[in-house]
Design a protein around this ligand. Sequence first.
Ligand SMILES: Cc1ncc(COP(=O)(O)O)c(C=O)c1O
Length: 389
Amino acid sequence: MSFNFDNVTNRKGTGSVKADGMSGYFGTGELLPMWVADMDFQVPDCITGALKKRVDHGIFGYPLVTAGFYDSIVNWMKKRHNWDVRAEWVVFTPGIVPALTMSVMVYTEPGDKVLLQSPVYPPFFSSIKDNNREIVNNTLVEEGGRYGIDFDQLDYLLSQNVKMMFFCNPHNPAGRVWSAAEVRRVVELCNRHNVVLISDEIHSDLVFSPHKHLPAAMAGAGHSNMVICMAPSKTFNLAGMASAFMIIPDKNLRRKMQNLLQNLHIHYGNIFGLVALQAAYEGGAGWLDALLEYLKQNMDTVENFFRVEMPQIRPVIPEGTYLVWLDCTGMGMDDSELREFFIKNAGVAMNPGTAFGPGGEGYYRLNAGCPRSTLAEALGMIKKAWDKV
Ligand SMILES: Cc1ncc(COP(=O)(O)O)c(C=O)c1O
């Protein structure tokens, strides 16, 4: 079956953060939106079909998380990641950011240390800080345009009474799909130092061959002290459906999380999110395979463009995700000049690297999850502005 990812769909006026929320963040709405991590592609027909059917039923009472929902996740994990998940390990969550925050709330105490590795997705910071826990940062290291983990430093930091680690696996914004050896090492160190590992694997389906995602729970050192966070939201462009899940093999950790979800009365999700998740996992594999090919070509387009047209920007080549981390240090501008350049001169809305914490200075994150014509337009606008500098 063929899918058309070249179709441009106007998102303005649909109440989307990406298309309609720019003035709040950038001070103007007149920009080409290449920020916020959702894609400009319509979802596969299997999802819209299932949603339409549910709408036609006309009754939208309290939903039940059904056996079909759990089975679709169990089967997806087996097929895409060769991971044998038990249905009882799966815990619904309205999102992964709530899952991070809830993990901080149930598995740590105020004042406890939680480790992250910057530059990283901004809510990693806020979910720790806003809950009065202490951030410990094992900053990633960049060598030859590729990011890695400083394992000696990680070992040391985890030994300093850290209670929990947030692991972005694959990594946003560095685009790393951590190798099996790297994932194993992280798991082993968390086990050694008795640290609860929260592995955010929201990007795990968006991985370019030959790279392979390894769920932290399959890393061989046992999975008793970890929570794996996953969702169809990045994979199938369903972020607005607020439907995600945690896989928590350990009974104790799972019960604590379930208690909080029930306490907050958010354990049963919403009808459309549940339907969309199940439909995606049951029928979306072919669409995803085609999407990955399209995204890979988008990544190649970005890489070739900057190499040939504007080598002052150096994209970090992503091994997964649809996000490209752009090293703009070669432009010779500080962060406020970069902002002025991209927003005022080029008119392209991208996430500034500074939002991703230490290590983000001089970088911008480009969302390439869009039709190629939109991508070409954005790249052209950046180049046109650069030619005038
Ligand atoms: C690493 C990571 N975690 C979580 C999220 C958002 O998760 P949710 O929308 O389910 O809260 C994102 C979105 O970009 C992300 O990149």
